[in-house]
Write a protein that binds this ligand. Structure first.
Ligand SMILES: [Ca+2]
Ligand SMILES: [Ca+2]
Length: 219
């Protein structure tokens, strides 16, 4: 078969390839969003620490996010925060330490290790400006100055914000209490354009084949 025909066949039958999976949720531009896709994951079924199943630390969560083709969600506005939190707002994505603290999903923020001021130097892993923050009352606190907490996860305190909230806590990167993480995906901007251009090329090719047939006549 002509390689161009093969290519056209591949394009026409393979447009679905690489499409975002159904469990992804898009923050629609029509709804004031950025058009990105988001997905909540939980830690491995066989991970277990201190009575909590599916625990995962921040570095592993980020590695998994990258393996999925995304990154831990970067939450750069109150609107994005509400949207991302809403995806995680179910008991299965939260764990308690048994003394009134509730730990939600990891987000894609970090602070250089050993930063003395718990509020200083926060960055998003994408390099987007860290201009918005939604700290829980009393956070970030490096656990009252005792531990270098340099990552961010959703957090709630039963006495003040209930069992789930859109507030953030600074948390140790390697701590095993968080069981969920949110992956953000930027859609491939060229995929649709490539498909459309390919379809146009295919239709042009088909026209030229038809013209050649017309010129030669069908025998
Ligand atoms: Ca983002
Ligand atoms: Ca903290």
């Amino acid at each position: 078969m002509d390689t161009r025909l093969l290519f056209c066949f591949a394009v026409l039958t393979g447009v679905q390839h690489g499409e975002v999976r159904a469990e992804h949720v898009r923050w629609e531009i029509a709804d004031g969003g950025n058009g990105h896709w988001y997905e909540v994951f939980q830690g491995p079924t066989d991970s277990y620490f201190n009575g909590v199943q599916r625990v995962i630390n921040w570095p592993e969560a980020q590695l998994n996010a990258q393996a999925q083709g995304g990154y831990l969600a970067t939450v750069t506005s109150s609107e994005e925060n509400e949207f991302v939190f809403s995806l995680t707002d179910s008991p299965s994505n939260w764990q308690t330490d048994g003394i009134g603290n509730y730990f939600g999903a990891w987000l894609g923020a970090f602070q250089e290790p050993e930063t003395q001021d718990p509020t200083a130097g926060w960055q998003w892993i994408t390099g987007e400006p860290f201009a918005f923050a939604n700290w829980h009352p009393g956070e970030p606190n490096d656990l009252f100055g005792q531990i270098d907490e340099n990552r961010i996860a959703f957090f709630a305190s039963e006495s003040s914000t209930g069992q789930r909230s859109a507030f953030w806590n600074d948390e140790q990167a390697t701590r095993l209490i968080v069981t969920a993480y949110v992956v953000e995906y930027v859609p491939e901007p060229t995929s649709l354009a490539v498909a459309l251009a390919s379809l146009f090329a295919c239709s042009q090719f088909r026209l030229s084949v038809m013209n050649q047939i017309g010129e030669r006549g069908i025998k």
